[in-house]
Design a protein around this ligand. Structure first.
Ligand code: FMN
Length: 333
């Protein structure tokens, strides 16, 4: 059987799959990363960490830096605008166990861009080069870059940024097929991603609106990329990595998961969240995941109401069991 999924290396690491999870602040915490890795994601970067270490001593930041038990290679994403601060942040994370450092120059969030981090940086190519050089020089592990196709549709400098990144020693790129100005509007275009892939020798991951095994294959073929990165489509469907891997390897679609299996996945995910965040925060964080899981099914509004109303792990888990005991989610609403 054709096995197109192996043979992708980032530095010394051969990825178990060329389909990777996109970093998403507020989503890709340690429990979710580990869940996606178990379903076959080739990599799962941490939520973005601001490079300013003075901001790290909060419960949120401490949790973002918690990688206990995660499979190798552990990827930590950092963002910032000061080359020295970025270098220090990279070094400290490597000392704490990061095996790949990913730099975020792709985030349109105002909070980040106002400080010129994220993809606003794309306007200043000299600063980009200084940051990349400083981080690469600071650590012995591979440094990767996640970015967009440019600053706005009139300034698509993604290709120049990619060439610059390769020249500075970046070991892989992930390109979201939108500009910073596009935010999440419209559909991602992968033509610029294809151009970038054709112009560099380092591995390139295509990212943006990949939400099915068929779309994954289409984008791999259209861009010639080495891999793909999936973000929002993994919310409530972490098994999408298995679905895509299977389809790429066999050209066949997996059967839908039976409800009992989905319930077991949800249950285990919720228990991991309670253990990671503590009961009160865990229940709150679990609500958005429950909503995403339920969005896959008809009757989602009543599901949402019944599952998100609870305040304790015991209530939340019993509500989930009660719904699933009705044999199917559809029958329960
Ligand atoms: C809730 C949310 C949080 C995100 N946080 C980050 C982040 O911390 N770092 C980053 O590089 N990109 C972040 N992104 C962008 C994603 O990594 C990805 O590039 C984008 O969602 C497009 O991929 P998709 O269409 O597969 O979701 C975030 C996206 C979402 C929806």
């Amino acid at each position: 059987m054709k096995q197109p999924l192996r043979g992708l290396w980032i530095g010394p690491y051969e990825l178990p799959s060329r389909v990777v999870l996109a970093p998403m602040a507020g989503v890709t915490d340690r429990p979710f990363r580990m869940l996606c890795r178990r379903f076959g994601a080739g990599l799962a970067a941490s939520e973005m960490l601001h490079a300013d270490a003075r901001l790290w001593d909060t419960p949120k930041s401490r949790r973002r830096r918690d990688h206990a038990g995660e499979p190798s290679p552990r990827v930590v994403q950092i963002a910032g605008t000061d080359p020295q601060m970025m270098a220090d942040a990279a070094r400290r994370n490597v000392d704490a166990g990061a095996e790949i450092i990913d730099i975020n120059m792709g985030c349109p969030a105002k909070k980040v861009c106002n400080r010129l981090a994220g993809s606003a940086l794309l306007q200043d190519e000299i600063l980009v080069a200084r940051i990349l050089a400083a981080v690469v020089a600071a650590v012995a592990v591979p440094v990767t870059l996640k970015t967009r196709t440019g600053w706005d549709p009139a300034h698509k400098n993604g290709l120049r940024i990619a060439l610059l990144a390769e020249a500075e020693g970046i070991r892989a790129l992930a390109i979201h097929g939108r500009t910073r100005d596009d935010m999440y509007r419209g559909v991602a275009e992968h033509e610029t991603v294809r151009m970038i892939k054709e112009s560099v020798k380092i591995p390139v991951f295509a990212n943006g609106d990949i939400d099915s095994p068929q779309r994954a294959r289409e984008i791999l073929a259209a861009t010639g990329c080495d891999g793909i990165m999936i973000g929002r489509a993994a919310q409530g469907r972490p098994w999408i990595f298995d679905e895509v891997n299977y389809f790429l390897a066999t050209n066949e679609l997996r059967a839908d998961l039976p409800l009992e299996k989905v319930r077991d996945i949800m249950r285990a995910h919720l228990e991991d969240l309670y253990a990671f965040y503590g009961d009160a925060t865990g229940v709150r964080v679990a609500r958005k995941h429950l909503i995403w899981y339920c969005q896959q099914h008809p009757g989602k509004d009543s599901l949402r109401t019944s599952l998100v109303a609870f305040e304790t792990p015991r209530e939340q888990l019993s509500a989930l069991d009660a719904l699933c005991e009705a044999r199917s989610i559809d029958a329960a609403v």
